[in-house]
Design a protein. Structure first.
Length: 152
């Protein structure tokens, strides 16, 4: 049940993430859709590539070493990894969800790609769906409304 009195809200879909091994999946998708990557960033154990689609992104997570993406691929193979929602206030979202007893994978915000702050809701809290909450920096191009609205 939605709580209209919360101090935060979902602003929209930020991205849908697909985990894959070291292959041409991102380039194949970009070529099929005729879209160029908006961002590429390396992190411990993976590379993320962001492909702009409408008001959101397709995120490709390529496992490059030990870590969460590699473990995911070992268990499930290439597949949908998570759905990310942009929120108005990440600290308030986490506090509200924890206050309602929602199991969180991240108990506090942490740095995400492209200057964002992120936190994951544990998949057990949402029927097996891994949800990422994203708060874009006002100066970062990561927010879909800022970065995609300006492109033609």
């Amino acid at each position: 049940m939605a709580n209209p009195e919360t101090a935060w809200r979902v602003m929209g879909l930020h991205h849908v993430a697909f985990a894959h091994g070291c292959d041409d999946t991102p380039r194949t998708a970009a070529d099929l859709l005729g879209i160029s990557f908006a961002h590429c960033e390396s992190a411990p154990g993976f590379v993320e590539r962001m492909l702009p689609v409408g008001d959101a992104y397709l995120q490709f997570l390529e496992a490059t070493g030990p870590g969460d993406v590699e473990r995911f691929l070992e268990r499930r193979g290439p597949a949908l990894h998570h759905v990310a929602l942009e929120v108005s206030d990440l600290d308030e979202a986490i506090a509200d969800l924890r206050g309602r007893g929602v199991r969180m994978a991240d108990e506090a915000p942490r740095p995400g790609g492209w200057g964002t702050r992120i936190a994951f809701v544990h998949p057990a809290a949402c029927g097996g769906l891994l949800l990422e909450l994203v708060e874009s920096s006002p100066v970062s191009p990561a927010g879909p409304r800022e970065s995609i609205a300006g492109r033609s």
